[in-house]
Design a protein around this ligand. Structure first.
Ligand SMILES: *Cc1c(COP(=O)(O)O)cnc(C)c1O
Length: 384
């Protein structure tokens, strides 16, 4: 919830900018950490959700590891002080350069997504005289019931290794002297709000794991990835994701073998609600059938609505006029640069300050300079 004092402070800052509520981030991490500690789970924060230096520092200070999807993310994680022994690295297209950088950093695990990738990691590790720890990212063929662009665990998705390839993979690993199989990895999608999806995932993990046990292959680590959703509809009323329900479902449904460690890779759930795009109304344009509120923030600042039809709650922070409906749009020359249609907000006029909520995840990291626009800066609640 943005406070009256914060709104006052916004009035002297040029817009658009990202506003990070560091108290909410801290509260979210407090609850998350107490939950993983309760069950003895390990967590690796997914850097791709938000890589702002202060956000990273806060997350690192809770002892979380890092989940990376590129060589530069691995480098950034290590540079930001994350323990290399807690860094995991996934991605269907790891380049030789990226693999070498991660081998040099001595990361905990490569989450491997194909048979040829394992061969390349082995060759590169041999060349460097090191051994790479690898986990198999498995495509469990599960429908995450989320937007198709953020589903990753269906058999038609590009991610992971399918069960029919297990024999080929384990045969290859047996011949590779510079890779060591340490675990299985699953990540079925993002913004998952149905707990049933995680229940199904746990059951699939057990079925798939059996194949390895039957073949006398020890699996010391199970990584369930990220994916827990946040409440985009009601960010003010429901700001902290339902970690308790989530871990309860996991704990109840996942069969953990003696000595086995369980890992998670939360991204959105940690940072989603602490970020807001703060923007001013440039113009209110009255059409025949509708009113447009034209903001100074656009899809280049936060691409989620344009990219995957995402919903973000929008609030007029500086008006208490009666609520009316606007099509709220950005300034970028694309029809998809639309924040929402027929949105009910307090009567707007030029200069009003709007908040686009739940913008902490996949927001600032995806910003671009399209139309030669400036990149929005970050402003932190504890530095206002
Ligand atoms: C993106 C990603 C995550 C984080 O997903 P969230 O939905 O943001 O929690 C975790 N693991 C992998 C492999 C990812 O690609």
């Amino acid at each position: 919830m943005i406070t009256k004092q914060q709104i006052e402070a916004f009035k002297s800052i040029s817009t658009p900018f990202y506003f990070y509520d560091m108290e909410l981030l801290k509260k979210t991490l407090d609850i998350y950490k107490s939950q993983i500690d309760k069950y003895g789970y390990n967590a690796h924060y997914a850097l791709k959700a938000n890589a702002d230096p202060r956000v990273l520092e806060m997350i690192r200070s809770y002892g979380l590891g890092a989940d990376c999807v590129s060589g530069n993310e691995v480098k950034l994680a290590v540079k930001s002080g994350f323990d290399p022994q807690k860094v995991v690295y996934a991605g269907v297209g790891k380049s030789d350069k990226e693999i070498k950088a991660a081998l040099k950093a001595g990361i905990f695990s490569f989450n491997c997504e194909s048979v040829p990738e394992i061969k390349v990691i082995n060759d590169l590790a041999k060349g460097m005289g090191v051994k790479a720890r690898i986990s198999l990212r498995i495509n469990p063929d599960i429908d995450a019931h989320t937007h198709k662009y953020i589903s990753t665990g269906l058999k038609e998705n590009k991610f992971g290794i399918s069960p029919w390839a297990f024999q080929a993979v384990t045969d290859l690993i047996a011949q590779c002297s510079n890779v060591e199989l340490i675990g299985l990895h699953f990540h079925v999608g993002s913004q998952i709000t149905e707990m049933g999806v995680f229940e199904t995932t746990c059951r699939r993990v057990e079925e798939l794991q059996k194949w390895f046990i039957d073949h006398n292959i020890a699996i010391n680590n199970i990584n369930l990835g990220g994916g827990l959703g946040i409440n985009y509809q009601d960010p003010n009323g429901d700001p902290v994701p339902h970690f308790e329900d989530y871990f309860k479902v996991i704990n109840k449904n996942l069969i953990v073998r003696p000595g086995q460690k369980v890992h998670f890779e939360p991204g959105r759930a940690i940072v989603g609600q602490c970020g807001h795009v703060i923007t001013r109304v440039l113009y209110v344009k009255v059409g025949k059938e509708k009113k447009f509120a034209i903001l100074d923030a656009g899809m280049n600042d936060l691409i989620r609505p344009a990219l995957y039809q995402a919903y973000h709650d929008i609030e007029n922070l500086t008006s208490d006029g009666r609520k009316i409906r606007y099509d709220i749009v950005g300034p970028v020359c694309e029809s998809s640069d639309c924040w929402g249609q027929k949105r009910l907000v307090n009567t707007a006029q030029r200069g009003d300050i709007f908040a686009i909520h739940s913008a902490g995840a996949y927001g600032q990291v995806m910003a671009m300079k399209y139309n030669q626009r400036d990149l929005a800066k970050a402003v932190y609640s504890d530095q206002l």
